[in-house]
Ligand binder design. Structure first.
Ligand SMILES: *Cc1c(COP(=O)(O)O)cnc(C)c1O
Length: 356
């Protein structure tokens, strides 16, 4: 049972939904649960606000911190819906296991998000690409120095309205010095530390005029992994190719899965396999490289206009037909404008929780 304390001072009236600066304003409420004595306790929704934490809290020192990112939208007839929450719940627990953190029961994860989104449904923006971004996360809270798995944790969910993300086509740099994830590591985990490690390479790429880094494998700098906030797709001679996630060095994106499912359903040939950067160079030279696009919850789809690798630039002078198609299809599903034939939408409507 989730105990709900509503804010007496909701802020959505004063929020400018026509000019959303993503991540700067949070919705009115947050969900919190405490892991103590081997179980999740004190499930509650409260007015959004700061926490009091012990400075020796383990997450702050040893990085036991994981998160998820997902979205809620409103269908054209006004029903709040969450996009594929069970798959995010499953991935949250895959992350938890690898980081020696407790799992959060999937049903409870979905219930908590549903209740929170229902309560803050006034924060769901309308329009193409717009959504309420949902950020579940878990942190280690033992107040003690010394490296070991924490015994206590907090699982929280906060929400922020989101408008358009990378609107224009982006420039990527295939990274040949730094790496993101090695075999046996935590590349498949949505861990806070993965992002911390990516910041310096991203800054250096930015200085050279690129928007993001394309990560290559850690051993040979040869095989393509992902962008670090997005998975990556290539269209080569009419075939859609995306790096396999089997080696556990790449995050298994929910958007990636949605795109593969939609394209296969529409009869496209989609391959998940090992893909080398040389293969992309060869396709570019041969004139068969038709599209490159990234996929992630934040942007849904980001078209890539240039990919640089060593001294070469693979320029895409493309209409991005497939990228445009999948982006539109996912947006239409989320807004209830086409049939939800894969059962991806989960309605966020309140039921039997206690409101006081
Ligand atoms: C979240 C994330 C993605 C995209 O995953 P989605 O589930 O589609 O949002 C891709 N790569 C990394 C490293 C990520 O953390």
């Amino acid at each position: 049972m989730i105990k709900i304390t509503k804010t007496s001072n909701p802020q959505y009236h004063d929020f400018d939904f026509s000019d959303i600066k993503f991540g700067q304003t949070m919705a009115d409420h947050m969900f919190i649960a405490d892991y103590e004595d081997g179980t999740w306790k004190n499930l509650r929704i409260e007015p959004y606000g700061p926490l009091t934490l012990d400075p020796s809290m383990m997450a702050l020192h040893y990085g036991q911190a994981i998160f998820e990112g997902m979205k809620a939208t409103k269908t054209y007839d006004g029903i709040p819906v969450i996009f594929r929450p069970h798959l995010h719940a499953e991935r949250f627990n895959i992350s938890a296991r690898r980081m020696a953190m407790p799992e959060f029961p999937e049903d409870l994860f979905v219930e908590a998000i549903k209740t929170l989104v229902a309560l803050d449904s006034n924060w769901i923006p309308r329009g193409d690409d717009a959504a309420l971004y949902i950020r579940p996360f878990m942190v280690a809270t033992d107040a003690q120095l010394g490296v070991r798995a924490s015994n206590n944790y907090k699982m929280m969910i906060i929400c922020a309205p989101a408008g358009k993300y990378y609107a224009k086509a982006i420039k990527l740099l295939a990274e040949t010095t730094y790496t993101r994830a090695a075999m046996g590591g935590i590349g498949f985990v949505k861990a806070a530390g993965n992002y911390a490690a990516s910041l310096l390479p991203a800054l250096e790429a930015k200085k050279k005029g690129y928007d993001q880094v394309l990560w290559l494998d850690a051993k040979e700098h040869k095989y393509i992994q992902e962008v670090g906030t997005m998975n990556i797709f290539f269209v080569i001679d009419g075939v859609v190719v995306t790096p396999s996630v089997d080696s556990k060095t790449t995050l298994r994106g929910v958007t990636r899965d949605s795109i593969i499912t939609i394209l296969k359903d529409k009869g496209y040939k989609v391959e998940e396999r090992r893909l080398s950067i040389e293969e992309i160079r060869d396709a570019s030279i041969a004139g068969t490289l038709q599209e490159i696009f990234g996929s992630g919850t934040a942007a849904v789809v980001s078209m890539v206009q240039d990919l640089s690798y060593k001294d070469d630039v693979f320029h895409l002078d493309s209409k991005f037909e497939i990228a445009t198609l999948v982006k539109k299809e996912i947006n239409m599903i989320r807004q209830g404008q086409v049939e939800d034939k894969f059962n991806w939408l989960y309605p966020a409507v309140m039921d039997n929780s206690i409101v006081r």
